[in-house]
Each structure stands twice: as C-alpha cells, then as structure tokens.
Design a protein around this ligand. Sequence first.
Ligand SMILES: Cc1cc2nc3c(=O)[nH]c(=O)nc-3n(C[C@H](O)[C@H](O)[C@H](O)COP(=O)(O)OP(=O)(O)OC[C@H]3O[C@@H](n4cnc5c(N)ncnc54)[C@H](O)[C@@H]3O)c2cc1C
Length: 458
Amino acid sequence: MSSEQQLVEILRRAIGDESILRSNQVAALDPGWDPGNTGAGVAVRPRDTAEVSAVLKACNEHGIPVVTHGGRTGLAGGAVSTAGQIIMLTERLQGGIAIDPVEQVAVVSTAVSQQALQEAAAEHGLSLGIDTASRGSATIGGMISTNAGGMEAFRHGMMRQRLLGIEAVLADGSVISDMTRVPKANEGYDLKQLFCGAEGTLGVVTRAVIKLEPAEPESNTTLLAVPGAASALRVMRSIQESGGLLLCEMMWHGYATRVANATGLTNVLSFCDDAPAYLVVESTLDEDPLLALFEPFFETGDVIDAVMAKSKSESADIWRIREDSQAAYQQLKNPALFDISIPLGKLDSYMQNLQQRLDAMDGDISLQALAHLGDGNLHLSMGREAPWSTREKTALGMAVENGVKEMGGAISAEHGIGLAKLDIFDRNTSDTSLVAMRAIKTALDPKGILNPGKVLPA
Ligand SMILES: Cc1cc2nc3c(=O)[nH]c(=O)nc-3n(C[C@H](O)[C@H](O)[C@H](O)COP(=O)(O)OP(=O)(O)OC[C@H]3O[C@@H](n4cnc5c(N)ncnc54)[C@H](O)[C@@H]3O)c2cc1C
C-alpha cells in the first residue's frame, strides 16, 4: 500500500497540488449516506475530462485504486473507500448544463445535481423524467453509475433510458467520447450502457447527453388508505386509464406510521390511522372526477378512505411522509436495507410470505416497506434490538431473496450492488453471467484499479 505522501506525489505530478485533498481535508468532508465513504486518505478534484484522464493514467501505472464520488447518496456502499485508495471527486468537473429545447436534450457535466438539472429543464418547459428524494445531492454521474430509477420510472424508464450520449475515462486514461444527441443510434455495441449501473468499476463518467421530457402538468395530491397492493394496483390502473396519473407510491402501515411519528406529522394519517397501507397519488384530475373515479373502489373495499391535499403545504406534508425515509431508518436499531423488484401481481403474496419468514426467524424483527408501485420496486428496511451475526445477516438476505428470481423479479432494483449486496448478487446470478461480467471488467480495467471489490463478487 502506498503512503499518503507517495499518493500525493503521484497525483501532484499528474494534475498539480491545488487539486489534491490530504487526509485531514478528506476527514472533514461530509461522508454522505455511508460513514465508510471517506475512509481513503487522499482525494483529488479534477476540473475536466483531461485531468480525470491524467489522474487515472498515473493511478493505473502505479496500481492505485480509485473510488469515484458524486453526491454520496448511494445506498449500496458503492462509494466506500479505504486507506491506500484515492477518492475521485467529480464536484469540480466543468461544463454545467446546456439545454436544447428543440431537441429536448441536456448536455451536462456529471457533477451537476439532479435538482439543478430539473430546475434548468423547467425553465424551458421540460422535465428530467426522473425524480428521487435525494434530488438535492445526487449527481448525474452517480445516477448514471447506479442506473437510478425513482418515482417516475414507471412512466419514463430509468437513467438508462434517459442516456443518449456519454464521455467516460477508462482505467488507463483513454477517453470514450460519444456525445450522441439522438435516440436512434445503432452503431455497434452500445458502450455507453456499460457505464450505466457499473458503479464506477468500468470508468469515470465525466459528461453526458440526457433526454428530457415535456414538463409535468399542474397536479394535486391524494392520500388513500388501502388494504394491500392488489387493491392499490386496481386504483392505479384506473387513474392511469384516465390519463391523469403522474406518481403512485405505496407505503405499508409500519413505514408510514414510523415516519409520521418521527416527523410529528401523525395528523396526516389521522383520517384512517390503522390502514394496512397507504397510497400517495399525484394526478392531474380535479377533486370531482377523482372522487367519481374512486367511488366504485369504496364499494369494492379497494379504497378504505381517502383525503385530498387542499394546499401546497398539505401536499408537502403527505410527500414528506413518503420521502423522509431517513426519519424511519434512524429509529431502527441495527437496520438492514433491501431494494428489490417483484412482478406486480405477486406483491401481496410476497409481502405475506416475507413476514412469515421473518416471524419464523425472530419475532422481534420490525419490517417497514414502501414501493414505487408502478415498477413493483420494494424498499424494505428491517431492524431489531439485537445486532445481527454474520449468519443471521445471511439468513435475512435469504428470507428476502426467497423466490424472487423464480417469479421473475430482481434482487437489486435501483440502488446497485456496491458492497452491500455482493453476497445476495452472487447467490442469485448464474456463473455464465458472472464470467461474462468479469470478462468485461478485465477488458476495460485489466489492473482492477477502478472501485475494486464492488459489484463483482470475488
Ligand atoms: C433519501 C434518499 C432517497 C433515494 N431515492 C432513490 C430513488 O428513488 N431511486 C434511486 O434509484 N435511488 C435513490 N437513492 C439512492 C441514490 O440517491 C442514487 O443511487 C444516486 O444515483 C446516487 O448518486 P450520487 O451522486 O449520490 O452517487 P454516489 O453515492 O456518490 O456514488 C454512487 C456510485 O456511483 C459511482 N459514481 C458516482 N459518480 C460517478 C461518475 N461520475 N463516474 C463513475 N462512477 C461514479 C460511485 O463510485 C458509487 O459506486 C436515494 C438515496 C437517498 C439518500
């Protein structure tokens, strides 16, 4: 392992002293969502693709591992770094945001935050087509590298579907620059898609061309109490058929009440505080047509009760309960997080079976769940008083993954593999697929300097 002084000297020769952060400065950085992110002693802040290239070339020559950081909101440990590694901070990458309203594309530096791009697009009557609760900090580079999804993915797809062009630096410093601006481009293997979801293991993404969507119309927020996912899906389809559905997020009772308690917003759920689950709907329908649409569902029991936000602040309170997942996680002792996708028709049975498996393991495990309903994407968090042993952690993972692949679901939906899901990924991926993935990694990063130990199980 190289000493801090050796790393600094190699970087200084590559791009100069001014771009280097030493261990005391790295320790002062906000680690973001994983305390292990800032474990490396040295960080570098290149200003453009050429500087990223110079850093990677030098690191490759000396076999120094590089962990790239965007907004550090990743939830799978993909940005965790350790001593002897270098953190590549994308924050100073120049280029900003250039929007072409005719083509409806944005050409951006990957340092740009999701929210900055959303706001810039809105000025042209356009939208990014992706929205996550981490919008203030998550960067476009991080979103490409984790193939972010979020609440609009059921209408516009994930980051993969938004990506038209890319500039990325490979481990040896060579640059793939393919800033294509058109959606139809069949020009051999689609290399840009390799970087999407690669979590910094195949290259550092410095610039991108992003497809935009027409701006979202004016909308209103409704909170519905529902008995379960099958009912929620019937309601969702009905609003979808009316053409007015923008967002549809589901929260099971445990999650919603925990966040409501933690944020002092219990009044939001007071219209029906013992419902098995809640549905947050953002739609373009006004109150009367919406009530008419819900009417038959009250009769069938698919909707237990519903309230419509009467003001922006009531809408914000409803959305705070859905989005402030941190408030829920912080109250959990020994939290374990999972992010999976289940085919829509099987959501209720999966949740029931999972609860039974958890009860059989330990009656003290508390389960909280929310879903990007349209994608069947479940975010599960579990906690209990006693810490998990390694064996229990594995058993927990196996309880979650049970039957998921067989039913056509996915054991990692939108947060990536990082470090957190290496074992669950290993257990659920065929040898053939892993061999092919390792061959790609070796071809692009033969010395294995890019984010070693992430994504691909050893
Ligand atoms: C409150 C909250 C809500 C969230 N909601 C959602 C959600 O709804 N949907 C969703 O998909 N995710 C969600 N996330 C997860 C997270 O915001 C996304 O994974 C996001 O895309 C990470 O972006 P980042 O800039 O923070 O990346 P980081 O956390 O900095 O990095 C994530 C990974 O990408 C790599 N990386 C970062 N930038 C680059 C680059 N330029 N080139 C190469 N590799 C790079 C890193 O090495 C790391 O492996 C949420 C997170 C939080 C905290």
